[in-house]
Unconditional design. Structure first.
Length: 253
């Protein structure tokens, strides 16, 4: 822990514990909330998160194994959320919340698209959570990170940047080592160049979708989590993702 951590924390940052020793499945939603998401898109995202949360709570197989963290980029910069609570930088608690206790943040759209830094934070909190679980003697499934954006990576001033190139070899190594599974999803009016960025990040699991089908996206993440619990092979995840990309929610059948 950092030496500048406060000795005590507000009650809302108190540790949340699982009620059993179930094998954990860390899931990070890395969400673009930059200004281009304002209006209907951010409202659709908030509604989808609320509905997905209710479905998670009702899903016995997921609610006591999945733990959810939210990372956003836009607005106040790159931030991690512990449920509905915005965590201050270097907060001494994990942003992961057990699915059965998770409640989503209410997101507002503003600011620039610090996509590179958001993905780096997502990877860092996954690595930290796995270390915590190992230290506690708990096992975990392969974590999932889901990046969702409608734009291109920018710097802090809002100018387009190529800094995202530094992530490509890192992501390739991490996924080759099966340290997590990354989904990279383009929504809304994402451009050809934006799609190229996502394809570079996640060669197998990238998509460019019309509109803002956040509800279907979150259902796909749940289906993928279920498959992870069952020890499914890569071909199962590719099939689930293919069905999602063609907007055929066959996982519901």
């Amino acid at each position: 822990m950092h030496s500048d951590y406060p000795p005590t924390l507000p009650a809302e940052y108190a540790d949340i514990e699982f009620e059993n020793n179930a094998q954990r499945l860390p899931l990070v939603l890395c969400l673009d909330i930059s200004s281009s998401m304002s209006g209907q898109p951010i409202q659709t995202l908030n509604n989808a998160l609320a509905e997905w949360t209710r479905e998670l709570h009702d899903d016995v197989s997921l609610s006591y194994s999945v733990e959810v963290a939210v990372v956003t980029f836009g607005g106040p910069g790159v931030t991690a959320w512990r449920g509905p609570q915005l965590l201050p930088p270097h907060a001494p608690v994990s942003p992961f919340v057990p699915a059965h206790m998770f409640h989503p943040p209410q997101l507002a759209a503003a600011g620039v698209t610090l996509m590179t830094e958001a993905l780096e934070l997502s990877m860092n909190i996954v690595a930290a959570r796995k270390a915590e679980l190992r230290a506690s003697g708990l096992q975990y499934y392969r974590p999932q990170i889901c990046l969702v954006t409608d734009g291109l990576p920018t710097d802090a001033t809002g100018h387009l940047t190529d800094s995202w190139h530094r992530l490509i070899p890192v992501l390739a190594d991490e996924q080759q080592a099966r340290r997590f599974r990354l989904y990279a999803i383009g929504v809304g009016g994402i451009t050809d160049r934006g799609e190229q960025v996502l394809r570079s990040f996640a060669p197998k699991f990238n998509a460019r979708l019309q509109g803002f089908p956040f509800r279907e996206l979150l259902q796909m993440m749940s289906a993928s989590a279920n498959a992870e619990q069952k020890g499914a092979g890569d071909e199962v995840f590719e099939k689930i993702f293919s069905q999602f990309k063609t907007q055929r929610p066959a996982w519901e059948s």
